[in-house]
Design a protein around this ligand. Structure first.
Ligand code: ATP
Length: 453
């Protein structure tokens, strides 16, 4: 079997996502909406597991971080103060030959001449700034006075509520505020499946600290975030922490790392970890006229804290998880003939379904009843799937393809029909090794929980 090329691999991944219900095109029956995606029954589970794990390690397992959930629509003044209204732009050029709208930094260059990546045309307009924020109107009149934007990042609601959260949580520096939520950007060229979308979700932490500690916390969070990706099953070799050079950093940032992943379509950003200094809080203090200062009880000083921001994309990480997990190997079919097996090797922690439960035969009532009992036993602990249709090998294959790490089969031995010593034991199959072990039913919850968390 020859190795698929990167583009073939990506095609297979996109088709698997649709076929098995991870990701669909938004508004598909109407021809879709460019840059928008819907997550199906398995995609939503994967996404939730990712967000829950992020929340667990960033908020619940720490004393120094609390969460919040801000609104998507905010007062327009926020976006003026943050600089987004004037500068949240990408350089856009038009191709006069095929009329495509292109991001100036994504043109192809041949022999020093910039060309349209669609048609190869060289007749391009000069770049002009295109603001990426989606406009909308609040209330019944549609004019300048009611204009605002769908938020292009979740971070600003954290800055604007900094003082309120500080007061209610009674935290001392350094401390962080975390948020997961939707963000919207009218990207000029949505592409690479869900990688660059117009509607997406972010997992953001604003970690406030003293100015003199900013660079230290930047490095700390870069390392923590790399560990996070490893803990959800992304190999360290496929992750890269790029130090963003001075000329590419936002002018207010003293240091930024991009955490990148080797996607089949190239090395691309998953997350930015940026030391944003005191820029955001200072801007909002200036524009609102409200103090956003921190009072240090010990030194009796008042100052605006600095902030380090790890900002990750939910959708990009979901895509990285699927790309990382996708693999093909060989396994015997019902007759022992080797066939290609598609497996999503998800870390059990983020796999959509943790365990599938199968009665060996669907027309043997005691097997079915026992299997349903096991489903009920496991359900309080994890998402379990019951399947009684088709040959057992086929049922395993269907679960391999969606990354279910464990399969439990109830057979005649479970009923004690062959060997009384095996009564109330089942086979537990491991997705990756395909090995089976015999375990007592009563031990299943603890065995599985320890392998999943
Ligand atoms: P890019 O350079 O790829 O446009 P960015 O540097 O503008 O990204 P940030 O503003 O740092 O991105 O946003 C933080 C994170 O939000 C990104 O690392 C990414 O994971 C996610 N993100 C940003 N834009 C998009 C998008 N259009 N689609 C999906 N995720 C996005």
């Amino acid at each position: 079997m020859s190795e698929p090329t990167d583009s073939q691999r990506m095609e297979k991944i996109v088709s698997l996502c649709k076929r098995r219900g991870f990701i669909f095109q938004s508004s598909e029956i109407y021809g879709g909406l460019n840059g928008c995606w819907d997550y199906g029954p398995l995609g939503v589970e994967l996404k939730r597991n990712l967000k829950n794990y992020w929340w667990r390690v960033v908020v619940h397992e720490r004393d120094d971080v609390v969460g919040m959930d801000g609104s998507i629509l905010m007062n327009r003044a926020v976006w003026k103060a943050s600089g987004h209204e004037d500068t949240f732009t990408d350089p856009m050029v038009d191709c006069r030959s095929c009329k495509a709208r292109l991001r100036a930094d994504q043109l192809v260059e041949k022999k020093g001449i910039k060309q349209c990546p669609n048609c190869g045309g060289k007749d391009l307009t000069s770049p002009r700034a295109f603001n990426l924020m989606f406009k909308t109107f609040v209330g019944a009149t549609e004019d300048e006075s009611s204009l605002t934007y769908l938020r292009p990042e979740t971070a600003q609601s954290i800055f604007v509520q900094f003082k309120s959260v500080l007061e209610v949580s009674r935290k001392k520096l350094p401390f962080g505020i975390a948020q997961i939520g939707k963000a919207f950007r009218n990207e000029i060229n949505p592409r690479n499946f869900t990688f660059r979308s117009r509607e997406f979700e972010q997992m953001e932490l604003e970690y406030f600290c003293r100015a003199e500690e900013g660079m230290q916390w930047l490095d700390y969070w870069k390392e923590e975030r790399l560990k996070f990706y490893e803990n959800i099953g992304i190999a360290r070799d496929n992750l890269h922490a790029l130090t963003v050079p001075d000329e590419e950093r936002a002018f207010y940032s003293k240091g930024t790392y991009d955490i990148e992943y080797d996607f089949p379509f190239g090395r691309q950003e998953l997350e930015g970890v940026a030391y944003r200094t005191d820029y955001d809080l200072s801007q909002h203090q200036k524009a609102s006229g409200k103090s956003l200062e921190y009072f240090d009880e010990e030194t009796k000083q008042r100052f605006i804290p600095h902030v380090v921001e790890p900002s990750a994309g939910v959708d990009r990480t979901v895509l990285a998880l699927i790309c990382e997990a996708y693999s093909e190997d060989e396994a015997p079919d019902e007759k022992g003939k080797m066939e290609t097996r598609i497996v999503l090797r998800f870390h059990p922690r983020i796999a959509p379904i943790k365990c599938a439960v199968f009665p060996l035969l669907k027309n043997k009532e005691p097997l079915v009843a026992k299997a349903k009992e096991i489903v009920a036993l496991l359900r309080p602990h994890m998402y379990v799937f019951y399947d009684e249709t088709g040959a057992i090998g086929r049922r395993y294959r269907r679960q391999d393809e969606i990354g279910t790490p464990f399969g439990v089969t109830v057979d005649f031995e479970t009923l004690g029909e062959k060997d009384p010593a095996l009564r109330d034991t089942v086979t537990l199959r491991d997705r990756d090794s395909m090995k089976q072990e015999r375990v007592p039913v009563k031990d299943l919850p603890s065995i599985l929980v320890s392998r999943i968390s």
